[in-house]
Design a protein around this ligand. Structure first.
Ligand code: GFB
Length: 309
């Protein structure tokens, strides 16, 4: 990939896509192709066909997706399945038709079976039942992996997939009904502090374990894989360490400066009990994260939140 290569970042206004754009620009890539969803509806087959025929991108980062936290996944089940299947199918197929040199597809750690052994190795895919709350999203993401794998096998396309763990960072979604846990807790504790609330409610039992990676580290890994990896097997992108939701709540409460009580609402779903990625494949390739969790959370609280609430 040259600095002047025509690179299409699909989903550039989302948290992941915008981090990839920051990374590419920072590294001097100067011919980025970006379209908002209003300009190009990636669910529309005909529109995607015209776009690829006219623009002929050389490289594609496929970061466009309908995403959300546990409640959004469980509520908008049909939308998560349909929209993600359409986006992936259209972009991958047109990348094949228009001879894209290389494509990187972004998946998610929820593709693994709910009760798979930990840490999750790439080969555990499709060895058991998925977690119920995000099964539609997971199935769509598994389909995306399989599209890349099979366009590679049948047509020799250089399409690769990266499976990130739970992410956080700039341009996250702070809507309490649809967000992931980190922005939700930052917002709840911040509002709790401002309003001098006695308590803040955290969903579930607090027992689930999660692994969190700053999105700038993910973007760094995506560029690394684009430049250094070409294989059929997708690659986990993780942090390698996990934390309970209870400890995460205490950590975020401390960073924000919330002095009240943390209350767990066990009527809300926990989701999968654990999902720690095995990152040995990526480590062997020579990549490691840079941003520690506490530092990353402090950065997000300082810069990100004030623009949102
Ligand atoms: O971040 P989150 O929604 O994603 O939830 P998942 C993680 C954990 O935090 C769950 C708990 O156990 C939640 O119950 N939690 C506690 C909260 N308080 C809150 C809160 O206020 N908001 C939210 N959102 N959670 C998603 C999948 O699962 O992870 C997607 O649904 C995707 O498919 C994404 O893979 C990375 O890790 O449970």
């Amino acid at each position: 990939m040259e600095k002047s290569s025509k690179i299409y970042v699909a989903g550039h206004r989302g948290m992941v896509g915008s981090a990839i754009v920051r990374k590419l620009k920072g590294e001097g890539y100067n011919n980025l192709l970006l379209k908002t969803s209003a300009e190009l509806d990636l669910r529309n087959q005909a529109a995607v066909e015209v776009f690829f025929a006219n623009e002929k991108p050389e490289y594609v980062f496929l970061a466009a997706a309908k995403v959300g936290g546990i409640m959004a996944n469980n509520t908008y089940r049909a939308d998560f399945l349909y929209e993600n299947l359409m986006i992936e199918s259209n972009v991958v197929h047109q990348s094949y038709v228009h001879k894209v040199k290389k494509l990187l597809f972004l998946g998610s750690s929820c593709i693994y079976p709910k009760m798979a052994p930990q840490p999750l190795k790439e080969e555990y895919l499709l060895t058991g039942q998925l977690e119920e709350t995000n099964e539609p999203y997971a199935i769509a993401k598994i389909a995306g992996i399989k599209l890349c794998e099979n366009y590679r096998r049948q047509y020799r396309c250089d399409f690769i997939s990266a499976m990130p763990t739970n992410l956080y960072g700039p341009n996250d979604n702070y809507d309490l009904n649809t967000s992931h846990v980190i922005p939700a807790l930052i917002r709840k504790f911040h509002e709790g502090k401002i309003n001098h609330s006695e308590k803040v409610e955290v969903w579930g039992t607090g027992a689930p374990l999660r692994e969190f990676l700053h999105v700038d580290d993910l973007a760094d890994a995506c560029l690394f894989l684009m430049l250094n990896y070409s294989g059929e097997q997708f690659v986990n992108v993780g942090f390698g360490k996990e934390i309970s939701i209870r400890d995460l709540a205490v950590l975020i409460g401390g960073i924000v400066g919330f002095k009240g009580e943390i209350v767990f609402d066990s009527s809300k779903p926990d989701g999968t009990p654990r999902k720690l990625l095995d990152v040995s494949k990526l480590s062997q390739l020579g990549w490691k994260y840079n941003i520690g969790l506490e530092d990353g959370l402090k950065m997000v609280y300082k810069s990100g939140l004030r623009t949102v609430i």
